[in-house]
Design a protein around this ligand. Sequence first.
Ligand code: PMP
Length: 363
Amino acid sequence: MPTTTRIFNFAAGPAVLPLAVLEEAQRDLIALPGVGMSVMEISHRSKTFEDILHRAIEDIRALANISSDYTVMLLQGGASLQFSMVPMNILTPGATADYIVTGGWAQKAVKEAKKVGTTNVAWTEGGEIFTRIPRQEELKLTPGAAYVHMTSNNTLFGTEWKKLPEVGDAPLVSDTSSDMFSRPIDVSKHALIYAGAQKNLGPSGVTLVIIRNNLLARSRDSLPTMMNYKVHADNGSMYNTPPTFGIYVLGLTMKWLRRQGGLDAIGQVNERKAGKLYAEMDRTGFYRGTAQKDSRSLMNVTFRLGSEDLEKLFIKESTAAGLDGLKGHRSVGGMRASIYNAFPEEGVDALVQFMREFERKNG
Ligand code: PMP
C-alpha cells in the first residue's frame, strides 16, 4: 500500500477529518490564494485572519441557528480547561452546581468544580462502568442551582443523551465534545455549550464555547484574565494569539458541514451509519454492546466479545485489515468504533463485513 493511502480511522479523537478539508488545506498550505503566505505565517490581526475567524463563527451560528443572545468563542485549553472555567465563571458564591455524572469526562468535570465551590452529583450510575443515561425522574436537582452540567455524549462508554433533561430555570451547561454538530442541537435550551474541536469540528487545539450573554455578568474581574469568559467575549476570541491554523481548519470543516446539508442532513447519515453497526452487533449475540439500548451513542459504538483473548485477536486482525483505532478505552476494554461526521460510510460497511467474517471464523 502506498504510504499516503488513507485507511479507515476509527479513533476517538483527534479523529478523521473530511478528505476535502485536508485537500483544501494542503492545496493552500504554502500560500493562501491572493495572500502569498501560509495561514500559519500571517498576523492574527490581519484582515485575512480576521475574516477566517469571523466566517468560521458565522458558519457555526448558521449551522445551529444561534441567536444574538449568545456569544460564540473559539478558545484554547481543550474541553478540560472548560471543566475549570465553567465553575470559576458561573458557580456563584454560596450556590450549588449540579453535575449529572454519566461517564469518565463528567467525573473529571465535577472534580474540577469541587475545587471552586459547592457541587451536587445529581445522578451517577455507581461504580466505574457507565452504561446509560438517567431517566428524568432519577435526577436529584438542587432548587436554585447555579447551573446543571451534563455531558451530551460519553466518549469512553458510548452513551448519548437522546433528549435534554428538564432542569427548570437552572442554566444548562453541556460538554458536547464528542457529538457537537453530529445532529441538530437546540442552543436556546442551553446556557453554555463547550466542545474540544478534535472530533467533529476540526483539529485539536481549538475549543468551541457558546455562552448565553446574560451569564457573562457572572465573570468576576478578579479571575485570571485568560480564564475569564467576559474578557474573551469582549475581545472576540482575540484577547491573545488564537490557534490560527486550527481555527482555519475548523472553518473549512464548518463549510464542509454546510455543504453536506447541515445538521439535519448529517444527523440522518449518522443515524444510518450507527444503525448498521448496532444491527450487526445485535444480530446473534456474538458481539455484546456495552451501552444500554436506549442510551446508545451515534458517535462511539462500544462492544465486547466473549473473552479478552478474542478481543485482542479482533483488534489485531482488524488493524491488519486497515480498520484502525478500534481498541476500546482502557477503562472499558473491548472495542470502540468512533464514527464521527467525517468517517465515511464505506468504512462502516467495511467494519460490518469484517465483523461477520470474524464471527464466522471464531463464533
Ligand atoms: N469531554 C469529552 C466528552 C471528551 O470526549 C473529551 C476528550 N476525549 C474531553 C472532555 C477532554 O477534552 P480535551 O482533551 O480537549 O481537554
